[in-house]
Design a protein around this ligand. Structure first.
Ligand code: HDD
Length: 764
């Protein structure tokens, strides 16, 4: 009975109101002493200490956890019941008149089960349908009381629970993770003063300037309506038709064609609030801000050929990576930085800060780090949390306010509206994942799926019958909009128009392209080439190249060349022939290479190839070294299972070259052992493994006899001696030099990719 009680400790359901202090109904015939309290369940631990503030997030500070215990269900030791709590005797057979007779309508158990099943799916999000979520916390480095009264920023070391959902945009819920696409980066802060959602992307600009164009953009990029293709891809006619007619999208296209659109992991990409927001202090004074999340692990991406292959072998690549990092304790961590500036500064900029197709270069307004976010707990249930979480840009708290960005204005409406149909009514805020930890008191009532049981007869304000409660908080506590001045109105009146600087569509597209390293520039050109080669209407391809000519002649030429387009079309006419001179013409911070990260190998995966007769010793040493650095070395064989080593021991391959192909790993180790190498040379998977690792510029360590496998796979060893001299990440261990080679390999892993050996087209 005690064991049962312990198992039931985790279980949910309404507690005291049914007379069972732990909220569960005892099994018939047992007397259970209920455990004294629900489990704490916090995952904040001493590991979460902050070097920056010296503070340690104390056990139990994740205050979203305990309130959720009421709805957590653990069925350990329980009998199966209907939704009305009636125990079910037989869950295998429907009720029939005789064993071969007709099923009976009276079978309420069957009907309840099937009816519920029929309604298990809810509409997927119109955009960002495919996502993955995680819980965590935000910790403030220093009080920001000078600029904001927002609760998360009031004290050094202050911890605010968060839930984050990462997503792709175009594909459906069951599509793949590694599509070329923008990634959503949405953060829900459960602050003491209500929920604040920072619904951003991994790219700091957007395709369009005005929400009026959002449905058009989405209709253009989504699978084409007549045949519903392509899935999770922008490489099709309607998307390029639309964007090539919307020159304001040029800047965003540069970012989406860059490797940012194929991140290695959610833990290795940046996040941005995109719009200009406001922060407001207790005195009501406000400044403008832009929000930036930067991954502690650095910004790392895939290469296109790899992303395409991964999407076949593991469509859940990013979801799995996020889950595994958290399970392994390699918590994804991001630093939050602000760009803070005043209205007066903004007026001087060569671009308009209300234009979501523009960034503010870091060289113009530097980043001010203000805190860190750690994702340290996987959801208990994908549907209840990741699917039902509802982010809304309208969810702001005192201390945060909007700017007049017209794209943001449309978003403030759109998100609440979409949740009403997606989550079935206006009470989506009561779903456990959405409910704030701040108390909710108002006179809103009823509607579909209402959970709250409001007491009393008063549901209006003002009232005297309930003593005036709930009462207005007043300006000191409540949300007060910034009394921002709106100029030019009197002259212009109501207009459907844009400010002049919005018409400069190319200056920042040029800035982005020219700030990239040559390797990144090459990847951008190749991405345009690939996408446009999938476009079937030549005029659309030509119009895109005509548009690119205004941003970069060099890029336009490369793309035109890649498409066999000769001569190039004339540049598109400029909407603003004489744009203001930009303050910054090159911003190295815009390159992915600018943020290599902390240099650790946390969360990386290395394939250690094995086969019968393998020399196991160096592999064990390597596995230990990788583990020490936070990486996993997996033994990958021609098949899974046990195999004898050269020394007469046994190793266990936990993956096969068939079920975990090479492109799923961040690095490759080829083993020593004549017999093993001979067997591997006979297996075509080995050559594929090597080719992919070589082509994708990943670190490779070649031990002893395996050198022959390189030649077998066509790796051009003789062609370029520098390939084997470090630098390019291909390390061939000389006899007796294994320890040094392992060190060199770990160093090469820390560098992530070795583009020195990249060729277009690939040699092998
Ligand atoms: Fe949006 C979802 C980010 C423009 C309308 N958007 C959605 C999500 C993210 C973004 C991350 C997924 C949230 C989640 O994980 O549940 N959206 C952006 C960014 C934008 C942007 C960074 C430009 C700066 N979005 C935008 C506009 C509109 C919308 C202009 C409409 C006027 N977005 C939606 C939506 C979605 C959405 C239709 C679909 C599902 C949802 O809201 O909850 O309302």
């Amino acid at each position: 009975v005690e064991e049962l009680a312990a198992a039931m400790d985790n279980s949910a359901n309404k507690a005291a109101e049914h007379g069972f202090a732990n909220g569960t109904r005892p099994l018939a015939g047992t007397t259970v002493t209920p455990p004294s309290r629900l489990p704490g369940g916090s995952t904040l631990s001493e590991e979460n200490s902050s070097e920056k503030t010296g503070s340690v997030a104390p056990e139990g500070t994740n205050s979203t956890i305990e309130p959720l215990d009421r709805v957590r269900v653990d069925s350990t030791g329980r009998v199966l019941t209907t939704n009305q709590g009636v125990a079910v005797a037989d869950n295998q057979n429907s009720l029939k008149y005789g064993v071969r007779g007709p099923a009976l309508l009276e079978d309420f158990i069957l009907r309840e089960k099937i009816t519920h099943f029929d309604h298990e799916r809810i509409p997927e999000r119109i955009v960002h349908a495919r996502g993955s979520g995680a819980h965590g916390f935000f910790e403030c480095y220093e009080p920001l009381t000078d600029i904001t009264r927002a609760a998360p920023f009031q004290a050094a070391g202050k911890v605010t629970p968060v839930f984050v959902r990462f997503s792709t945009v175009q594909g459906e819920r069951g599509s793949k993770d590694t599509a070329r696409d923008v990634r959503g980066f949405a953060v829900k802060f459960y602050t003491d003063e209500g929920n604040w959602d920072l619904v951003g992307n991994n790219i700091p600009v957007f395709f369009i300037q005005d929400a009026m164009k959002f449905p058009d953009l989405v209709h253009a990029v989504k699978p084409e309506p007549h045949h519903q293709m392509p899935q999770a891809a922008s490489a099709h006619d309607t998307f390029w038709d639309f964007v090539s007619l919307m020159p304001e999208s040029t800047h965003m296209l540069m970012w989406v064609m860059s490797d940012r659109a194929i991140p290695r992991s959610y833990a290795t990409m940046q996040g941005f609030g995109v719009h200009t927001f406001r922060m407001v202090n207790a005195e009501g004074a406000s400044v403008f801000v832009k929000f930036h999340w930067s991954p502690v692990a650095g910004t790392h991406s895939l290469v296109w050929d790899e992303a395409v292959k991964i999407s076949g072998a593991d469509p859940d690549f990013h979801r799995r990576d996020l889950w595994e990092r958290i399970e392994a304790g390699h918590y994804p961590e991001y630093e939050l930085a602000l760009q803070v500036f005043t209205e007066e500064q903004a007026e001087q900029f060569s671009f308009d800060i209300l234009d979501a197709t523009k960034i503010i270069p870091e060289e113009l307004v530097p980043l001010r780090p203000v805190g860190r976010m750690v994702l340290n707990r996987n959801p208990d249930n994908f549907f209840a949390e990741t699917e039902q979480v509802a982010f809304c840009t309208a969810h702001v708290v005192p201390g945060i306010d909007f700017s007049n960005d017209p794209l943001l204005a449309g978003r403030i409406h759109s998100y609440v509206d979409t949740q009403i149909s997606r989550l079935g009514g206006p009470n989506f805020h009561e779903l456990p994942i959405n409910s704030p930890i701040a108390q909710v008191h108002n006179n809103q009532r009823d509607g579909m799926h209402r959970q709250a049981i409001h007491r009393g007869r008063v549901s209006y304000e003002p009232n005297s019958l309930a003593g005036g409660c709930p009462f207005q908080a007043g300006a000191a506590q409540g949300f007060v909009s910034v009394p921002a001045r709106i100029r030019a109105d009197e002259e212009q009146g109501k207009v459907r128009a844009k400010p002049e600087k919005f018409a400069d569509h190319y200056t920042q597209a040029r800035l982005f392209y020219e700030s990239q390293t040559p390797v990144e520039q090459c990847h951008i050109a190749n991405a345009f080439r690939f996408e446009l080669s999938k476009v079937t209407v030549p005029a659309v391809r030509e119009r895109t190249v005509a548009m690119l000519r205004n941003a970069s002649e060099e890029l336009a030429m490369k793309v035109a060349d890649g498409l066999g387009m000769d001569p190039m079309p004339a540049p598109l006419p400029l909407a603003l022939p004489d744009p203001a001179t930009p303050e910054v013409t090159k911003s190295p911070a815009l390159s992915l290479m600018a943020r290599p990260g902390d240099g650790t190998l946390r969360g990386r995966k290395v394939a250690l190839i094995v086969a019968p007769g393998v020399e196991a010793e160096p592999l064990s040493a390597l596995q230990a070294a990788l583990l020490e650095h936070g990486a996993v070395g997996r033994l990958v064989g021609p098949r899974i299972g046990a195999m004898a080593t050269a020394g007469g021991d046994v190793v266990n391959a936990d993956a096969s070259m068939e079920n975990e192909p090479g492109f799923l790993f961040d690095g490759l180790v080829l083993p020593d052992g004549a017999e093993a190498v001979a067997a591997l040379a006979q297996d075509g998977h080995t050559a594929e493994f090597i080719k992919d690792q070589f082509r994708h510029c990943k670190p490779m360590l070649v031990l002893g006899a395996s050198r022959e496998l390189l030649t077998h796979a066509g790796v051009p060893l003789a062609m370029d001696k520098s390939l084997v001299q470090g630098g390019t990440g291909l390390i061939i261990a000389e006899e007796g030099q294994e320890a040094a080679a392992i060190e060199a390999f770990l160093e090469a892993m820390a560098k992530h990719r070795h583009f020195g050996r990249e060729m277009d087209p690939p040699l092998i």
